[in-house]
Ligand binder design. Sequence first.
Ligand code: SAH
Ligand code: SF4
Length: 366
Amino acid sequence: MATYYFVSTNLDAMRVNAYVEPMDSKQYFFDMDPKVYKSWCKEHHLPTFTLSQVHEWVTKKNIIDVEQMTNISKKNQQDLREKLIINPFVSMNALPASDGSATKYIFELSPHVYIEAVAIQEKGYETLCISSQAGCPVDCKFCLTGVSGLKKNLTVSEIVAQLAIILSKGHHITHVVFMGMGEPLLNLKSVLPALDWLQSESAFNLSKRHITVSTSGYLAGIQQLIKKGIHLNLALSVGAANPAIRETIMPIEKRNPIMEVSQALSQYSKQHNRKLTLEYTLLKGVNDSLDCANQLANLAQFLNAKVNLINLNPHPKIPFEPISQSALMAFKDALLKHKIRTTVRYSKGQDVVAACGQLGESNLTN
Ligand code: SAH
Ligand code: SF4
């Protein structure tokens, strides 16, 4: 009979249990609560500290290959290889951008199901953009990930392993953004325990201030964060501050009106002092007017948020065009007139289709 282990998170006083059935009676390492390490080792006739050693190698030394864990005997390494899965993926492919600005990693979960993560080189630090779902059910009309629909909610292991594997390749990741494939608030069951792995001092120990979760505005998810008292840096993908325009490009608007989402976010940010960011993807002739800029400024003022402008990353499967550089600057100026902190995000890794909203292309072409 399969054994079930649970992952619990003490993330801001919240406890989440994610139950995962091990494949072929093997145990996924990141789906385990460190509290059960000793009993698992006993059950599998290993020295009781073996999994703590694995934990140390994986989270502090960025080694995920059991054979390289030199303080574990060859015999116990062999046992671990038979019983434990640290890397849950079937295969992995790395695509470095030609200018060295980003590397896209494509992970195969099961035959023909892929997710992607992108390591982005910034000035003086490196950000990892990770996926929370394979595909996405939200169907924003400007986003390539939405085109393929939802294939799977990722498990805790599948989320955390993206970071562990990329660290093991020598990247020095200091920042993580949940801006890859998927809507993280639709998979909080796995995202919250995964955040615990990322932030916990005894695990990857990334600064809470350096982790951002981006959402298209899923009301029930935000309300859950409020109810449970979970404090995250959130980014809201606005699309358009005007509900009528928003509905044409983000179908989520129908059941999650931006006015209600904003009220919820305002309540959320009053509970704590985390940063709120509004992400705004510019689509020529759709959400780029002066009126749109003014409405976005009102929203940013109401939420005391900063704005990130992203010009559309075009793709033949997306029925929109980016705006010109001068129109982008004019839009930015309109926000600055309202004293809104505004930055323009320039996409990196275009030649490996690693830019925002382009993740999932490998899915579509395979
Ligand atoms: N599902 C979450 C996180 C992933 S999307 C969300 O929607 O927030 C990450 C960001 O990429 C979002 O801000 C989204 O609006 C933006 N994006 C999607 N498609 C894009 C495209 N084609 N060009 C530029 N940005 C895009
Ligand atoms: Fe999903 Fe975000 Fe893409 Fe919308 S923008 S389809 S929510 S990944």
